[in-house]
Design a binder for this molecule. Structure first.
Ligand code: MLT
Length: 328
């Protein structure tokens, strides 16, 4: 027993010493639980660039650990050494997967240090360029007329695109209207959509704005309660609520996490750097250009971030249980 206490004391001292020299020469890896080139990856790369400015001597790198709707990457970080060198950047899937997967290898609220939220991102309902419909009404009629023949892509069970597709399809009340096709992220799904191999997808504006603008995909609606009337590209599309989908309001958010047990001195350094990054004009501009809004409220505080995720978990669980559709 004495030996155990001694070992724990040595570990605490060494982590404490490490906190003083953090980050040292070792890179800080931001794990993205989806494929490179997709919306979560994009937020992570922009954030890494901004945070680099505010953690002196740091080298932030982005690592993609895709699969199972983000749960593979989240598991990796939950099990990583709590030394501030492995972080997780995850979106609403952090709160959705505990509802969609009844067995997870980690506990969302217990196995992470919450470092603060990053941004809120609307979604868009988009289709392959060959679809004959040009308005949301035509699009819905086309889907009903072709029930069973179309497919909808998503980034894996538990992903944001999966959640959006589920919620939207449940309002159509057309049984088995579309077959779902899972990908490791919406970057490869987008390639398939542009190429016409899949028909429909619901994805974040951070991944779709440029594709919509260039005409590589067709957009039909945004998922926020109100249209995005000030955005130069997205203002042209109605909200699903305006189209009669009562109460439909889906916004994706991103947050930053560290493994549980990361020393407070390190989590404080990271939270302070995150808050500065969120005020960085370049980071704000990049987000706004893609229809996203950088968080500018108390959710940048770890305790509020955690409270927000807990509330989202409860809300999504109610919706998922009502739909009765699970990933496992
Ligand atoms: C999602 O649908 O969850 C995201 O678009 C995943 C990604 O970043 O590729």
């Amino acid at each position: 027993m004495k030996k155990l206490f001694a070992l724990a004391a040595i570990a605490a001292v060494s982590l404490g010493a490490h906190a003083q020299t953090y980050p040292g020469t070792k890179p800080i890896s931001i794990v993205v639980p989806f494929t490179a080139g997709g919306p979560t990856d994009r937020v992570a790369r922009d954030l890494a660039e901004a945070m680099r400015k505010f953690v002196p001597g740091s080298n932030f790198v982005v690592e993609n650990a895709a699969g199972a709707g983000g749960t593979i990457g989240a598991t990796k970080v939950a099990r990583a050494a709590p030394d501030g060198h492995t972080l997780l950047l995850h979106h609403i899937g952090m709160a959705a997967t505990p509802a969609l997967y009844r067995k997870l290898a980690y506990k969302t609220l217990d196995d992470f240090e919450y470092l603060g939220m990053i941004n809120d991102v609307p979604m868009t309902l988009i289709g392959k360029p060959q679809l004959p419909a040009n308005t949301y009404r035509d699009f819905e009629n086309y889907i009903r007329a072709n029930a069973g023949k179309l497919n909808i892509a998503h980034a894996g069970l538990g992903s944001a695109s999966h959640l959006c597709g589920l919620l939207w399809q449940s309002t159509l009340q057309t049984k088995d209207a579309m077959t779902t096709i899972p990908f490791g992220g919406t970057a490869p799904a987008m390639t398939a959509l542009i190429g016409g191999q899949v028909d429909v997808m619901c994805d974040q504006t951070t991944n779709t704005t440029q594709q919509i603008e260039s005409g590589r995909v067709k957009a039909f609606a945004v998922t926020t309660a109100k249209p995005l009337s000030t955005h130069p590209v997205l203002k042209h599309y109605p909200s699903l609520q305006e189209m009669g989908l009562k109460g439909f309001n889906l916004t994706i958010w991103h947050g930053l996490y560290a493994p549980k047990g990361t020393p407070e001195a390190i989590t404080k350094t990271l939270n302070e750097a995150l808050k500065k990054a969120l005020k960085d004009p370049d980071f704000i501009k990049k987000n706004e250009g893609l229809g996203a809004l950088v968080v500018n409220d108390n959710r940048t505080e770890p305790a509020e971030h955690k409270k927000f995720v807990a509330a989202e978990m409860a809300k999504i669980k109610t919706a998922v249980d009502a739909a009765g559709k699970y990933a496992d």
